[in-house]
Design a protein around this ligand. Structure first.
Ligand code: SAH
Length: 375
């Protein structure tokens, strides 16, 4: 594990570590065919493998009956190595919320959370083991950055959720993943290439990918401005979420240390360009912290910044994290904050804090292996 960062310290470049083995989810269909050809096999085997993985959601050779026995083993070994091992699963909300702790090939730990709602299933995935952005109210930020995850390691979290749903393991009958949010551990825009690869695999139609609608995918960032610009040019209409948490630089410098690099005005400019290019409404994430960022005058300032823009504000009552002195706002302050934003005509909702009792809610993912198991 990495060392605990000092207050305000940012880590952009992930420590160099051994890379996980190549997996077909790292590759486009053309690259998969080339990889299979390199192994001396017919390229159409790549299509068969892809169907098993992305359509049938299976990785076990026994089920690949359209492939000759010996070849199955070899192709699976070469192109579908096991990347994630489930260490622990914790559920709440009668099984509708489930957090999984995964061990990666090198022992790194990450978490993902599946949330089933009446009309959709959202998978919240990690993009890095740890995080280098060091937001003081976020449990992940306190542990520092261990390493970047590969595209396939990111995709596997969603495939695992899809498998559990298809297999009827989640109460409510068989289902599918409709939404994916990059709101687990890590800063997705600091692991840009792997994250874009993962987004493409998620939205590519089966069997090249999982065939999830791009509209159901949300990439959340602390505000790495150049990367937001790049994302806007990818031609992928995913939702951009910006973790703002303060409308003024003075406070945001301390709550979201990246603000010392790119100021509120620059982040919002990047967000508006993103909205203009993609025609997608940008989400502004704002954790309401008692007596820190929840004053009416700050709501007013935020309202003036966002007024008239293609934007939606998600207020998140602060979730408790170990060692943090902060707590969620008083209900009356939360209500006043909402009213001020509405006064400016800004769309706003208060996010439900699913998974709080299993430390699976926003900012609580810390992958501590010693947590009690409370199934
Ligand atoms: N690094 C990216 C992706 C993580 S998303 C980002 O920051 O956007 C996780 C979201 O939960 C972010 O909006 C983050 O600021 C928020 N969050 C972190 N700690 C929290 C806490 N203790 N309570 C509520 N929200 C929190």
């Amino acid at each position: 594990m990495s060392e605990q960062p000092k207050t305000g310290q940012l880590t952009f470049v992930a420590p160099r570590r051994a890379k996980p083995q190549r997996h077909l989810a790292d590759l486009t269909m053309a690259e998969r065919r080339a990889a299979v050809a390199e192994l001396g096999e017919k390229p159409f085997r790549a299509d068969q493998l892809s169907r098993h993985y992305f359509t049938r959601l299976t990785g076990s050779p026994e089920q690949m009956t359209d492939l000759p026995g010996a070849l199955r083993e070899r192709l699976v070994e070469q192109l579908m190595p096991p990347l994630l091992t489930s260490v622990r699963e914790i559920t709440c909300d009668g099984g509708m919320t489930r957090k999984t702790l995964w061990k990666l090939f090198d022992g790194s730990l990450v978490e993902s959370v599946l949330m089933r709602y009446p009309d959709r299933v959202t998978m919240c995935v990690s993009s890095q083991a740890g995080c280098g952005m060091n937001c003081p109210f976020c449990a992940t930020g306190q542990a520092g950055l261990t390493r970047n995850m590969s595209t396939a390691e990111i995709v596997e979290q969603v495939v695992a959720g899809a498998r559990a749903l298809a297999g009827g393991e989640v109460p409510g009958g068989p289902g599918r993943v409709t939404n994916v949010v990059f709101m687990g551990m890590g800063e997705p825009m600091a692991n840009y290439k792997a994250v874009i690869g993962a987004v493409r695999r998620l939205v590519d139609p089966a069997p090249e990918g999982l065939g999830i609608s791009a509209r159901g995918v949300t990439v959340s960032t602390v505000g790495l401005v150049p990367a937001i610009g790049k994302l806007a040019d990818e031609g992928l209409p995913v939702t951009l979420a910006v973790s703002l948490h303060a409308p003024d630089d003075e406070l945001r410098d301390t709550l979201v240390p990246i603000n010392t690099r790119w100021k509120v005005a620059e982040v919002l400019d990047a967000a508006w360009s993103y909205a203009a290019k993609t025609k997608r409404r940008v989400s502004i994430e704002y954790a309401l912290i008692k007596d820190i960022n929840d004053q009416e005058w700050r709501a007013d300032l935020l309202g003036r910044l966002l007024k008239g823009k293609l934007v939606h504000v998600n207020l998140i009552p602060l979730n408790p994290t170990p060692g943090s002195k902060w707590t969620a706002s008083r209900p009356e302050d939360e209500r006043a904050f909402v009213r001020r934003l509405e006064f400016h005509g800004v769309a706003v909702t208060v996010r439900d804090t699913r998974g709080r009792e299993i430390d699976g809610a926003c900012g609580q993912l810390a992958a501590a292996p010693q947590e009690p198991v409370v199934t």
